[in-house]
Write a protein that binds this ligand. Structure first.
Ligand code: ADE
Length: 246
């Protein structure tokens, strides 16, 4: 997959994309991330990328010209036209694991990082094909949001994670939060791991893990549980467990 990112603060990506899973994905040639500085497409000597909002109001607005010109320069290097152009903005649709899965299927993505008080509306209307928010809060930098989206997407591309099963077990991959995980030592400061994990009985372990995932989701994210498919027995079991916590 190739990912082009248009932004005002390219240095922010240097360390973030040079660690851990993204670094390995780049080294394996699975992903190529190209960062473009929007200021390189300005024409005045101060490289001005923002201006005052028409109609007044606080803050500055990212100008349309350098963003459109940056995009045209990128598109000239490519021969495909069906590339999602995603604007990171708090006004976008809320990012989640399902959207990450959908984006992971593309061979190319282009991300535009908004900034300041906003970005000229003509970028929303005539350039972006999708708008994504990573949460109901306002960041000072769309760069951080782009990092979140890239990380969530890249780890889903086949071959990126060590085991293809890893992403399947993640929280949100099946609509539940992930079950509790333990590693050695078996007893730490007097706290033992659940004995079922030592039983060697894979069916029982899988059953315990599912119950734990459901229980955790019921406690932390009841909104997710409403959308999940549960058997009648499981529904009964959750009500009992929540009424009589151990
Ligand atoms: N830019 C500023 N806040 C944002 C958010 N919540 N999501 C995406 N981009 C943003």
């Amino acid at each position: 997959m190739r990912i082009d990112i248009l932004c005002l603060f390219p240095e922010m990506f240097v360390s973030a994309f040079d660690q851990s899973i993204i670094k390995r994905a780049k080294e394996k040639g699975i992903v190529d991330i190209v960062i473009h500085d929007i200021r390189d497409y300005t024409h005045d000597k101060h490289h001005t990328a923002d201006d005052y909002p028409y109609g007044g109001g606080p803050g500055m607005v990212l100008k349309p010209e350098p963003v459109f010109e940056a995009m045209e320069a990128i598109k000239q290097q490519l021969n495909t036209s069906e590339i999602p152009i995603i604007l990171l903005t708090p006004k976008g649709r809320l990012f989640n694991q399902q959207i990450a899965k959908e984006l992971a299927l593309y061979s190319h993505l282009i991300l535009i990082c908004g900034h300041y008080e906003g970005i000229d509306e003509r970028v929303h209307e005539h350039l972006a094909t999708d708008e994504i928010s990573i949460g109901d809060y306002v960041l000072s930098s769309g760069e951080l949001a782009a990092m979140v989206v890239v990380d969530a997407v890249v780890r889903l591309i086949p071959g990126v994670l060590g085991s293809p099963m890893s992403a399947n077990n993640d929280s949100h991959s099946d609509g539940f939060l992930e079950y509790p995980q333990y590693t050695r030592p078996r007893v730490y400061r007097g706290w033992s791991i659940p004995s079922v994990l030592l039983s060697g009985n894979h069916r029982e372990i899988a059953c315990w893990q599912r119950h734990q995932a459901i229980l955790r989701t019921a406690k932390q994210r009841p909104d997710l549980l409403k959308k999940a498919t549960l058997s009648d027995k499981e529904k009964e079991w959750i009500s009992e467990s929540l009424l009589n916590p151990k």
